[in-house]
Design a binder for this molecule. Structure first.
Ligand code: ATP
Ligand code: MG
Length: 716
């Protein structure tokens, strides 16, 4: 990989300007947006991104925030050698890189003993998961090892292929789209060696198990099993037909194969990963029995008699299901076609219609898959836990958290899942605003520097609209879910209109003057998110939020002889009088916990950008990029950084780098550091308005001042 101009490396150091500063910058842009002359111009911002992208320079800073543009091709910048280059080196001395950010967090953890977190955001396909993998690779490769913990590195790395197999799928936006949110803590001991990890998962898109939109697939694991499983295994599972088209749950999207994915290879990697993580052969068998069961459930066929009662028309699937899930076939068949209600200690059984039976079956498939996924995460957590000290109680260790969570999502048709995903992004944006402004302010305060406030859009109003007690959208949804009688998706919409009509960020098709707004359908509501407008179709909101499974299906699953299933379905569920939290409320509570975790750590940000919708390298779609720059709040971020001081540096580091430019500070300055810096900058001709001296750092207001200093150093 060759860097041009500003970023050419000579003898292990980065030469900032090789040719004339201007022409080099013209070609490859600036490595930090703070250096843009015209920093308020969105066009200049995008042009800088475009130039760098053309030169395969996918990383650019906004101060300490890393902006990354998906290259859609393998770049040779992630080698072990390159990792070594970034160890212990300051941001501005070397070209921007995700390793620099990872190293920076690691050093802060080591020197300041403060827990860190790295928040990776961006829309679907922008490169969040790849970024999180690069960071994990960096730590597992470059950090010191502790005796007996080398296998923890392996396990940390191997958790990815397993979770991706079960939690990722091909969507229209991304061939390997994460359909769950993931927060992973990497735990380090006092010497900086990785010793453990812990994963929190958020809201898996379970509906994908039973339905996929055109051009999309179910979760990878199904295709991997069919493509990679050996004959004997498939025979045992009753899956001799290896063409995905034979399975009802795999045909909805009409997209069995994806050119960019090798299911057979992934299968090998995934099964190997299971054994590295510590799954026994029996556990792998039990897990695959469950995966196959879901396919059999999908293929069950039902008929309806003249009285509208439903029955199973073939028993092949039932036979396999009873073998694989180790349940009584007749119990399962009864539970799939009948409903049991317990009222006042009395049981009532009524037959289901065909439509109800199909939806009961789908609910069972979703429950089985969703709970297995949660089980999988817990199992991985046990394997990653540092054995000597239980997680969260260890005092001598510290953690770096990695957040790779679904980005803001807008489709033609947006449902409950998009509502939750976009709400999550509102929360993260709030955190970003609060923490970037807060930390900036804190630093100025700590250093005794005066600064001016910058206005920014506070999206708290949208978070409140969704989550406020009693009158937020989630509260109204829960209320409808609990209300007996005629509650439906449409009554939910009506209630939203009654309660929220007139809110600045909520609209429906009804206009105040009694006319109809054409852009919003009759079954939709529109939210004006910080990132743009999204219409949500209310169809399915109540069902998805209730996430109910008929009681008799639960009873069957509780009796399952498959040990994973018996850990997933508990008898207490049957006797527990308390209604479980709805899906949206669970999500809201888990997000609140996540915010607490993140607030307690020092954050770093990676903002990922997707350059085109065609998943192609070399294509930079300006309109698409502009939209992302806008909603990621990058211009605001830049403005905030620039309103204060573009650069800050510890006196020692500043003197070390530039002392050669002044005879009084060269070769060594013997006096107080602040006096040395003061002497140096006066010698360089800095004007008083260009800088301030804080308690431990020099603050430089304009990038051009630093530019000039760097150029002078290069000319030496
Ligand atoms: P989602 O929200 O859908 O999970 P994502 O932001 O996690 O999306 P990724 O899965 O990380 O997106 O990236 C999508 C694809 O883009 C990858 O499968 C890979 O092909 C390509 N890609 C992303 N980042 C890089 C990179 N740094 N180098 C090479 N290819 C990349
Ligand atoms: Mg992802």
């Amino acid at each position: 990989m060759r860097y041009h101009g500003r970023e050419v490396e000579v003898e292990g150091k980065i030469r900032l300007v090789m040719e004339s500063a201007l022409s080099a910058r013209d070609r490859v842009g600036v490595q930090d947006f703070l250096l843009l002359e015209n920093y308020t111009s969105e066009a200049a911002f995008i042009e800088n991104l475009r130039r760098r992208y053309r030169e395969n320079l996918i990383y650019t800073y906004i101060g300490s925030v890393l902006v990354s543009v998906n290259p859609y091709k393998e770049l040779e910048i992630y080698s072990k050698q390159n990792m070594e280059r970034y160890r212990g080196v300051n941001f501005y001395e070397i070209s921007p890189h995700i390793f620099a950010l990872a190293d920076n967090s690691y050093r802060a953890l080591r020197t300041e003993r403060r827990d860190q977190c790295i928040l990776i955001s961006g829309e679907s396909g922008a490169g969040k998961t790849e970024a999180s993998k690069k960071i994990l690779q960096y730590y597992t490769t470059t950090c010191p090892t502790r005796q007996n913990t080398s296998s923890i590195r392996e396990r940390l790395l191997h958790s990815n292929p397993v979770l991706e197999a079960f939690g990722n799928a091909k969507t229209l936006r991304n061939d390997n789209s994460s359909r769950f949110g993931k927060y992973m803590d990497i735990q380090f001991d006092y010497k900086g060696a990785p010793i453990g990890g812990h994963i929190l998962n958020y809201l898996l898109e379970k509906s994908r198990v039973v339905h996929q939109n055109h051009g999309e697939r179910n979760f990878h694991i199904f295709y991997q099993l069919l493509e990679g499983g050996d004959e004997q295994l498939l025979k045992r599972l009753g899956l001799e037909k290896t063409n995905p088209q034979h399975y009802h749950y795999l045909v909805k999207g009409n997209c069995p194969r994806v050119s960019t994915r090798n299911d057979r290879n992934c299968w090998r990697i995934m099964t190997n990963a299971l054994s590295v993580i510590g799954f026994t052969e029996e556990e792998v068998e039990e897990l695959l029995d469950i995966v196959a069961s879901v396919l059999h459930l999908g293929n069950m066929q039902f008929g309806e008699n003249e009285y509208g009662e439903t029955h199973l028309t073939t028993d092949t699937q039932l036979r396999y299901l009873s073998q694989l899930l180790k349940v009584e076939g007749s119990d399962l068949s009864e539970a799939l076609t009948h409903k049991k209600i317990v009222a006042k200690e009395e049981e009532m059984i009524s037959p289901l219609s065909l439509e109800q039976a199909l939806s009961a079956r789908d609910a069972l498939s979703k429950a089985i898959y969703g709970r297995t996924f949660t089980w999988l995460v817990e199992k991985i957590n046990k394997s990653l836990a540092f054995k000597d000290e239980p997680y969260f109680s260890s005092k001598s260790s510290s953690v770096i958290g990695l957040l790779d969570i679904y980005g803001f999502e807008v489709f033609q048709h947006n449902s409950f899942e998009q509502f939750c995903i976009n709400y999550c992004n509102e929360k993260l944006q709030q955190l970003f605003i609060e923490l970037t402004l807060k930390s900036e302010q804190e630093e100025y305060d700590a250093e005794g520097i005066a600064w001016e406030t910058v206005e920014y859009f506070n999206n708290k109003i949208i978070c409140d609209l969704v989550e406020e007690k009693h009158k937020g959208i989630i509260a109204i949804l829960d209320e409808e879910c609990l209300r007996p009688g005629d509650a439906s998706d449409i009554t939910f919409l009506e209630k939203l209109e009654d309660t929220l009509g007139g809110h600045a960020h909520f609209v429906t098709h009804k206009l105040a003057n009694g006319k109809t707004r054409k852009a919003v359908g009759r079954e939709e509501f529109r939210l004006l998110h910080y990132a743009g407008e999204v219409n949500y179709n209310v169809n399915g909101f109540l069902d998805k939020n209730n996430d109910l499974l008929y009681r008799n299906l639960k009873e069957v699953m509780c009796k399952s002889g498959n040990p994973i299933m018996s850990q997933c379905f508990h008898r207490e569920e049957l006797t527990d009088q308390k209604r479980p939290e709805t899906a949206a409320t669970q999500f809201k509570l888990s997000l609140a916990k996540l915010m607490e975790i993140l607030m307690s750590k020092e954050p770093s940000y990676i903002r990922c950008i997707k350059p085109n919708d065609a998943k192609q390298s070399g294509r930079f779609d300006e309109v698409l990029v502009r939209h992302q720059v806008k909603y990621l709040g990058l211009m605001e971020n830049l403005r905030v950084r620039r309103a204060g001081f573009a650069y800050r540096r510890h006196y020692e580091a500043f003197l070390q780098r530039y002392k050669c430019l002044c005879p009084e500070t060269w070769p060594n300055w013997e006096g107080k550091l602040v006096d040395g810096v003061s002497t140096l900058v006066k010698h360089l001709g800095y004007k008083p308005e260009e800088y301030q001296l804080g308690r431990s750092k020099i603050f430089i207001r304009f990038p051009k001042t630093l530019f000039f200093t760097e150029d002078a150093r290069e000319a030496q």
